[in-house]
Design a protein around this ligand. Structure first.
Ligand SMILES: Nc1ncnc2c1ncn2[C@@H]1O[C@H](COP(=O)(O)OP(=O)(O)OP(=O)(O)O)[C@@H](O)[C@H]1O
Length: 875
């Protein structure tokens, strides 16, 4: 997209470019500029980037200039050194994201604005271009690429097996989180591994079949077909994984007397897995990289089970088609301000709760934050200024934190009392948890700030990281060093005077140290006490005895000084590391509050409602929406739809809905939206609906679309049947089952028969709450046979030459597919369309006869073969 960075289209922008923004009258600024001014006040180096479609347009900022080649040149204010360049012509935003991440990591704040209106149209109509701030990225938050990286865990896992039971332990090596649990089946274990996506899994040598199973691309019974490509395993034959050794190792590592207090005393397999993992960490030194925090235990069955297909089909963390974050549920609801909040949200979304009390505690907090805008905004404003406390603490504990890391941690810890004071205005336990900040954290923050300068250098050897007045020896050494520096500084003037050489210069380079430079034409004026050091084309370089001595003193003093500064810094870092566990506990509370503030923000802006959670099997959604599709359509374009499921004695609601409707009418969207609303409610979020009453689900199953699994050599139909079999074998009356076009991957009658029997089994045997989207209109017959089945259809309006999709779900079955119509619209040749119509008439005739036969209406002259072929409806 052609544009020039130097011609701003927004007059405010031009004003601000030339003026001190603080002098501008705030009420004359657009809301966007007011927001920018606020950010600018907090972060003087903030950048402002405008995004137009897929490209970004222009910016202004004092520390950034535009080069002649129209490049955005970012320079560091402190060192004056260039830190990055971005070409300004047609930068796709994914490339921009990399740069903004880099800038944010370097301590800049970046304000990204979307131009929501075409500049040319606005100019023609004499209006200002409307823009809105989409993201404010401050240190501690990152752009999509960087953000995703920072918001993902970095797990290592170990598993042990005993019969059909499994022990699982994992640790996040960037935060030190250490968790162990037990799985009662291979399926449970697989689901946990898929949720965690560990980069390495340790398997004991007595489980050779596991090695095959965990190898990507190789299918084995019970294992989801698709393991992440990053997935790898290690066979650690030398790891004993024995109970006695494991216990001892855990007690030693976590410095506790008994395992009972950790909740895993009874979980022999979990303990063995933890012991094996600990041993591996010690052997490979990975354990020293991060001090592990106290071991946690959880029960897998305490959470809603989301299998691999459901995570994929509901597009929870990434989209099905492109496998990207943008367009997923997480993308639609992630308004967290910190990376640790982002990681917590990812956990919540993949582990929705089963316990109503726990869910309601989250809903209560969101309600409070929705009702009190000031409380939420104040909390978020502070949260945005916080860095990733969890990871910084991990680094402090492992001795890898840089001075900047420590200052960032100190800044964040210093904000905790203020955060607690704001949270004190709230009532919910999540906010109360922020109030009890242990005083030691404020002490640590004070200590960091008292010792380290506000902006320490990136490289330790640059020195100058410790404040003066902290250590008398350091101050003394600095004084001596500065006297020597001063002597050097005056040397040039003194030597010019002494020698009469007016262009004499004093310089320094790494190889030769300090030198006096004289041009070739003046070498005859060089005094006798000068000794030659280096000869260049146009100059000679000299030194003197005194300069040599000073140089030795300066360099040694610099080394000593740096060492002393480093020792002081390392001492402060170690002290912070000793309190890692306390800091982590607080950071978990901060992350949870961040998630809830974000969810409350989404609820306010997207107009979500608080779901009423009940123990029954009821699912009642009034005017529900798909959170992602709704967000991607212009306001008011999404057609909300209600859903009623869960038959109870007193209520005439169906357990199974047969959903029919033409292609592209919105069946899949409706199906997914019901699943997403249920999932969102159970993770503790408000939901996109006018009202919702939701019974807890133990599992959500989905079967949407069909893809070949070439890696495992499975056909479309086999994938479909495997997934369906898994659902029928595991669904319970408390499950929610979402099926999209079962039986499409095979011959029509086989497919129809399978679809019929699957629906029948779900409704009459399992009685799971099910939505069954299908193009087989014959399935509508089920509703007249089973009283817990109902027919719904997505409506369309038929005009003479086109079909209008109303996207409205209404009771009743559709009797027309409009598939041929869709083909016509897509441009199939007229002769093909005509022929298709003829063929369809024939097929319809047969189908009617078939249904007639089932109802016992014998048509005259019907051939025997027909009745045999269509006997499938007899139960
Ligand atoms: N409630 C709705 N309001 C507005 N637009 C919708 C709604 N539901 C779906 N759509 C739009 O219609 C498009 C098609 O929807 P969807 O894929 O769910 O149709 P479908 O009936 O499942 O089609 P097919 O049978 O071909 O798979 C979606 O991409 C979406 O943009």
């Amino acid at each position: 997209m052609p544009y020039t960075a130097s011609t701003p289209t927004d007059p405010h922008q031009a004003n601000i470019r030339n003026a001190d923004y603080r002098l501008l009258e705030r009420n004359k600024l657009t809301p966007m500029m007011q927001r920018y001014v606020e950010v600018k006040e907090q972060y003087p180096h903030a950048l402002l980037l405008f995004r137009v479609g897929d490209f970004f347009e222009c910016f202004f900022q004092d520390a950034v200039t535009i080069s002649r080649e129209l490049e955005l040149v970012c320079t560091s204010k402190e060192s004056g050194k260039e830190i990055g360049r971005v070409p300004m012509t047609g930068v796709p935003h994914h490339a921009l994201d990399r740069y903004t991440s880099m800038l944010v990591e370097k301590g800049y704040a970046v304000v990204v604005c979307d131009q929501v209106e075409d500049a040319a149209i606005a100019a023609r109509e004499g209006r200002q271009v409307k823009r809105e701030i989409t993201r404010i990225l401050t240190p501690g938050t990152l752009t999509d690429d960087g953000m995703l990286k920072a918001r993902q865990n970095n797990f290592l896992a170990a598993i042990v097996i005993a019969g059909t039971h499994w022990g699982l332990a994992y640790t996040d090596i960037s935060t030190g989180e250490f968790v162990t649990t037990q799985a009662d089946s291979l399926e449970q274990l697989n689901l946990e591994l898929l949720r965690l996506q560990p980069s390495e899994v340790l398997v004991p040598s007595n489980a050779p079949d596991l090695v095959t199973m965990l190898r990507p691309g190789e299918k084995s019974d019970g294992l989801p077909e698709c393991l992440p490509s990053s997935f790898c395993y290690s066979l650690r034959s030398q790891i004993p994984f024995t109970l006695g050794e494991a216990k001892q190792r855990i007690l030693q590592k976590f410095k506790v007397r008994s395992l009972e207090g950790m909740g895993c005393g009874q979980l022999a397999l979990a303990v063995r897995a933890a012991g094996g993992l600990l041993q591996y960490l010690e052997e490979t030194q990975k354990g020293n990289a991060v001090p592990l925090q106290v071991l946690h235990t959880y029960t897998i069955t305490d959470f809603l089970t989301l299998d691999y297909q459901t995570r994929r089909n509901l597009e929870i963390t990434q989209t099905v088609r492109d496998g990207v974050f943008h367009g997923s549920l997480l993308w639609a609801i992630d308004k967290t301000s910190t990376a640790m909040g982002g990681r917590a949200l990812r956990r919540w979304v993949l582990q929705p709760l089963l316990n109503i009390k726990g869910i309601c505690a989250r809903h209560d907090t969101i309600q409070e934050l929705v009702e009190d805008n000031y409380l939420r905004q104040d909390l978020q404003q502070l949260l945005r200024q916080m860095y990733d406390i969890e990871r910084l603490t991990g680094r402090a504990g492992s001795g890898t934190a840089s001075p900047r890391d420590l200052v960032a941690l100190g800044d964040s810890l210093a904000k905790l009392p203020e955060l607690g004071a704001i949270a004190a205005q709230g009532r919910s336990p999540y906010l109360k948890a922020l109030q009890n900040v242990p005083p030691i954290l404020a002490e640590l923050a004070t200590k960091i700030h008292a010792h380290l300068v506000d902006e320490p250098p990136i490289h330790l050897k640059e020195g100058g990281l410790i404040r003066s007045g902290i250590n008398s020896l350091l101050d003394e050494m600095r004084q001596t060093a500065s006297a020597d520096q001063e002597w050097i500084a005056h040397l040039e003037a003194n030597e010019r005077k002494r020698t009469g050489i007016s262009n004499l210069k004093v310089g320094y380079n790494k190889a030769f140290g300090y030198y006096i430079s004289i041009t070739k034409s003046k070498v005859d004026q060089v005094p006798n006490d000068y000794t030659r050091k280096q000869t260049l084309t146009n100059e000679e370089r000299y030194s003197t005895e005194e300069l040599k001595q000073r140089e030795v003193r300066i360099l040694t003093a610099r080394e000593d000084l740096n060492q002393l500064e480093y020792d002081i810094f390392a001492q402060v870092r170690a002290e912070v590391g000793e309190h890692a566990e306390i800091i982590r506990n607080v950071s978990r509370a901060v992350a949870a509050a961040d998630v809830l503030c974000g969810l409350a923000e989404v609820a306010v802006y997207q107009n979500y409602c608080r779901p009423n959670m009940v123990e029954s099997r009821e699912i009642k959604i009034i005017e529900g929406c798909h959170p992602v599709v709704e967000k991607s359509l212009p306001p008011g374009f999404f057609v909300p739809n209600s859903a009623f499921l869960g038959r109870e004695a007193a209520l005439n609601r169906p357990d199974l809905i047969i959903l029919t409707g033409p292609n592209a009418s919105g069946k899949s969207c409706y199906l997914r939206q019901v699943g997403l609303i249920q999932l969102m409610a159970q993770m503790g979020s408000f939901v996109p609906a006018k009202a919702a009453t939701l019974g807890i689900c133990d599992r959500i199953f989905t079967r949407v679309g069909a893809v070949d699994d070439l890696a495992t050599g499975q056909s479309t139909f086999m994938v479909e049947m495997n997934e369906t079999a898994n659902i029928l074998n595991h669904a319970t009356p408390k499950s929610l089952v979402l099926l999209d076009e079962i039986g499409r991957g095979t011959a029509t009658f086989d497919g129809l028969s399978i679809a019929w029997s699957v629906a029948e089994y779900l409704a009459s045997e399992i009685r799971a709450r099910t939505i069954f989207a299908t193009h087989y209109h014959e399935l509508n017959e089920l509703a007249s046979i089973l009283n817990n089945v109902a027919n719904y259809q997505v409506t369309v309006k038929e005009l003479p030459d086109q079909i209008v999709f109303l996207h409205q779900v209404q009771p009743g079955g559709a009797d027309k597919s409009y598939g041929i119509e869709a083909g016509r619209l897509a441009g199939l040749p007229t002769s093909v369309i005509e022929r298709a119509r003829q063929v369809m008439k024939q097929i319809e005739k047969h189908s009617k006869i078939a249904i007639g036969l089932r109802k016992g209406v014998k048509k005259e002259g019907k051939e025997e073969a027909d009745s045999e072929q269509l006997d499938i409806f007899d139960t």
